[in-house]
Design a protein around this ligand. Structure first.
Ligand SMILES: Cc1cc2nc3c(=O)[nH]c(=O)nc-3n(C[C@H](O)[C@H](O)[C@H](O)COP(=O)(O)O)c2cc1C
Length: 230
């Protein structure tokens, strides 16, 4: 995907107030600008958005650390309520991922054993999840460090960061799938396994190079109401 190339051709009228440290972090100049934003930045963001698929089958190939850093950094650039940036990510790979997966599998088995459902349903309910958990070389756990029962926006801010992460990963050729099912039932075990306090689980994202890219799901109609006429 071409990145930021068109910027060179834009005429900027920047004020000089942008702190040097922030300038270094951002790919865009900051300060006042005379850019015609209606032209868009011509980043291929639409392609990333529409081609991204949730991936369940992964290749075992490891993801380079620099690539992971780029992707996680993209997550940190999401908008957040009052700019609180209340997200917290734990990235698991190698032995940490294996230990975590074993713990989760044991917890699911324990919980499902007491659940009222047929053995077939129980096996089906966890199949996808366990397969993805097993195959994906990296797991990312997304938390809020503020209580989501106090303000829904805390969860929404983390969700925005997760979407950034998934799109950035896709741009790097890396598939993701965001899992939540069943996780709330085992969240205390997750906190204790990871030694986390005062964090609330928002989701688990599996990451890896796709073994298979599924067909897109149909996008539902009737979800946008236009009221833009005179
Ligand atoms: C908040 C959230 C929770 C999700 N939880 C699960 C889950 O528990 N298990 C799962 O297989 N997929 C889960 N997904 C992925 C969706 O099933 C997937 O995004 C949807 O089927 C559309 O497919 P696509 O992402 O390829 O467009 C979740 C997605 C979101 C945004």
């Amino acid at each position: 995907m071409p990145k930021f190339a068109p910027f060179a051709t834009f005429q900027y009228n920047l004020d000089k107030a942008c702190p040097k440290t922030l300038k270094k972090q951002s790919p865009l100049p900051c300060g006042k600008s005379s850019v015609d934003f209606t032209r868009g930045f011509n980043m291929d963001v639409y392609e990333a958005i529409t081609s991204r698929r949730s991936i369940t089958r992964f290749k075992p190939d490891p993801i380079p650390k620099e690539t992971l850093e780029k992707i996680l950094n993209a997550a940190l650039w999401a908008p957040s309520k009052l700019d609180l940036q209340n997200w917290y990510f734990v990235v698991l790979g190698g032995k940490s991922k294996k230990d975590f997966s074993l713990m989760l599998q044991a917890e699911f088995t324990r919980i499902l054993a007491s659940a009222q459902a047929s053995p077939l349903f129980k096996a089906w309910a966890t199949k996808w999840f366990l397969q993805a958990l097993d195959q994906a070389p990296i797991l990312v756990l997304a938390f809020s460090d503020r209580p989501i029962s106090e303000d829904l926006d805390y969860a929404l801010s983390v969700a925005a960061a997760v979407q950034n992460l998934m799109l950035a990963a896709w741009d790097e050729g890396i598939g993701t799938r965001w899992f939540t099912s069943g996780l709330q039932a085992v969240k205390e075990s997750i906190y204790s396994h990871l030694g986390l306090k005062d964090k609330e689980l928002i989701g688990l994202i599996v990451m890896g190079y796709p073994e298979e890219i599924p067909q897109p799901t149909l996008r539902r109609g009737g979800r946008i109401e236009w009221r833009i006429g005179t």
